[in-house]
Design a protein around this ligand. Structure first.
Ligand code: NAD
Length: 358
């Protein structure tokens, strides 16, 4: 079964949403962007899709069953409320909103209407993440007591000087951008333990002054030399959970970190074994106590482009959720849990101390 979707935000990720939706058999019925040219350009790729600059106009269309929101973070809450209020299901990009309080408003609307909302935590759908989750579920590692998640970019500040680096529009820097994926992934892998205390250091070394930034690649366009950079370009964090689990998080948008040293991915340490994987790789390194000495194995996954496979998987789950009215793969309550942790980490950085996660 198929249905038509509307896409709000025709930028980098909105375009990828449209492309992936088609691959799993959905139709793009409408594209909305404040930039009329962008809306028209994306809609033109999909026969029958209309372009508009007004979300209200998109939501009026009865043939649109579900909507994807892929706009700057500052708009997530109000757009989610509009979509839910219009009686449509939603795929909402990460981060869910700017704060846990904003997430509460979205959850309240979901409870009132019964709308189905899936969050864009696509890292969960990567083949390596799914394989790791299976091993955790089978109990291969026993109780997990520590997780370390890292993503280091040497140079990769997205849209420097544009919305991503302007706190009022993004809610924060690399923690809001890459950090939420890593936090969500570790929480999902470990059955969402309750975070109790958190500490973080957020630093800004490379983003300002903007004209000094030397970059090799950018996400979301070239730098705007007259724009704003008032967010962090690196975060280091430690989170304590009930049940004696801890998590370390390291993420950089920019760092002079030797590429061959930087280990991107997730390390899980359990009482009976552990594993490491690069979310966007196709290998898992697994150690268990099944042998003597320890049994160290390398599990190679089928060759594929993990990024495309993850996006398609995310969309298959979205399709299933809407057509079968099933529980979202990444729920709004889980999105709020991530946001609550992000709120605590920013508070810790600001107050320069460990804080309670409230
Ligand atoms: N899942 C992922 O891996 C992933 C990766 C990158 C970005 N994202 C998320 O996707 C969202 C969009 O990021 P992007 O990189 O595509 O940004 P982008 O700047 O490339 O695109 C955003 C688009 O939204 C449009 N827009 C702005 N305000 C609008 C409004 N009020 N109504 C309609 N359209 C509006 C802009 O004109 C632009 O075309 C962000 O929330 C970001 O965090 C997710």
């Amino acid at each position: 079964m198929s249905f038509r979707i509307g896409i709000v935000g025709a930028g980098g990720i909105g375009s990828l949403h449209a492309e992936t939706a088609i691959k799993v058999g959905l139709e793009v019925g409408a594209v909305c962007d404040v930039d009329a040219d962008r809306a028209r350009a994306l809609a033109a790729r999909y026969p029958g899709a209309v372009a508009t600059t007004s979300i209200a106009e998109l939501l009026k269309r009865s043939e649109i069953a579900a909507v994807v929101v892929a706009t700057p973070n500052v708009h997530h809450k109000k757009m989610a409320l509009a979509v839910i209020g219009a009686g449509k299901d939603l795929l909402l990009e990460k981060p869910m909103a700017l704060s846990a309080v904003e997430c509460d408003d979205i959850i309240g609307a979901i409870r009132e209407t019964g709308a189905l909302v899936q969050l864009g935590f696509v890292s969960r759908c990567a083949p390596a993440s799914i394989a790791a989750r299976e091993l955790v579920t089978e109990g291969r590692f026993g109780r997990i007591y520590h997780a370390k998640a890292s993503q280091y970019r040497q140079r990769g500040i997205p849209g420097l000087g544009r919305w991503c680096t302007t706190r009022a529009l993004s809610g924060g820097g690399v923690l809001m951008d890459l950090g939420v994926h890593l936090l969500d992934l570790v929480l999902w892998l470990t059955d969402f333990p309750t975070a109790t205390r958190a500490s973080s250091i957020c630093s800004s070394t490379f983003g300002s002054p903007i004209p000094r930034y030397r970059f090799s690649k950018m996400w979301a366009g070239p730098p705007n030399p007259d724009g704003v950079f008032d967010v962090e370009d690196a975060v280091t964090a430690l989170v304590r959970f009930s049940g004696n689990m801890t998590m370390e998080l390291n993420a950089t948008w920019a760092a002079d970190i030797p590429a061959r040293w930087a280990r991107n991915g997730v390390l899980l340490l359990g009482e009976k074994g552990g594993c490491y994987f690069d979310v966007w790789g196709n290998q898992l390194f697994v150690t268990t106590e099944q042998g003597d000495p320890l049994d160290d194995q390398e599990q190679t996954l089928p060759t594929c482009d993990p990024w495309s496979v993850a996006w398609e998987e995310q969309y298959r789950r979205f399709l299933g959720m809407v057509t079968e009215r099933s529980e979202p793969h990444a729920t709004a309550v889980q999105g709020r849990t991530v946001q609550r942790l992000v709120d605590a980490l920013y508070r810790s950085a600001e107050e320069d101390r460990e804080v309670e996660v409230v």
